[in-house]
Design a protein around this ligand. Structure first.
Ligand code: E4P
Length: 217
């Protein structure tokens, strides 16, 4: 499973990128606001830092304007994936930009039928928001499972990009279902390596090592 980092924080992306775990980046208007940066400038920097797809979201609501914004964002770098909302205007934009050879990430997906439409529009990625579904007592992971089944039934190539990931359990469950990608905030990705028995075991090894009086370097 691929990991995307869900942030527009350059320093956080750079730090995680050094571990080799960053297969791409997702941003949205709220994350751009949080970064305090200009969207075109920060997105260009992210694209230079990370080889994989970098999602940058349009903000127009009508297809004509959305397509123009998407084309402008796509000019930033070859690894841009234009992010469009799951509306009819977004689907039309998806079809147009995909036909032009641009990667498109259809976002704000909350149902299997929406995911079906995105695949039919040629989306490169579909972003179901599991955390926001869990927030209102819907089962986000059940949606991922349904989309996996539907996409496999018809051999759709659209990749399932699990979004709105709030916990390490979301990552495990996504991997078990066979989702293609998880995008998670840096703090969630960092937690994936945590285990109390690892900490305890390491402390014991280091204590014994100190008693040997030896050095490797
Ligand atoms: C990423 O593509 C999404 O925009 C993001 O994961 C949404 O996360 P949130 O629900 O925590 O804002």
């Amino acid at each position: 499973m691929k990991f995307f980092v869900d942030t527009a924080d350059i320093e956080a992306i750079a730090e995680l990128n050094e571990t080799g775990m960053v297969d791409g980046v997702t941003t949205n208007p709220s994350l751009i606001l949080k970064s305090g940066r200009d969207i075109l400038e920060v997105t260009k920097e992210i694209c230079a830092l990370v080889k994989g797809p970098v999602s940058a979201e349009v903000v127009a609501t009508e297809a004509e304007e959305m397509i123009k914004e998407g084309r402008k964002l796509a000019e930033i770098a070859e690894n841009i994936a234009v992010k469009v909302p799951l509306t009819w205007a977004g689907l039309k934009t998806c079809k147009t930009l995909t036909d032009e050879g641009t990667m498109v990430n259809v976002t704000l997906c909350f149902s299997a039928n929406q995911a079906l439409l995105a695949a039919k529009a040629g989306a490169t990625f579909i972003s179901p928001f599991v955390g926001r579904m869990d927030d209102i007592n819907l089962d986000g992971m059940e949606l991922i499972s349904d989309i996996r089944t539907i996409y496999d039934n018809y051999a759709f190539e659209t990749e399932i990009l699990v979004a709105s990931v709030r916990s390490v359990n979301h990552v495990t469950e996504s991997a078990l279902i066979g989702a293609d990608i998880c995008t998670a905030p840096p703090k969630v990705l960092k937690k994936l390596a945590d285990h109390p028995l690892t900490d305890k075991g390491l402390a014991a090894f280091l204590a014994d090592w100190a008693k040997t009086g030896q050095q490797i370097l």
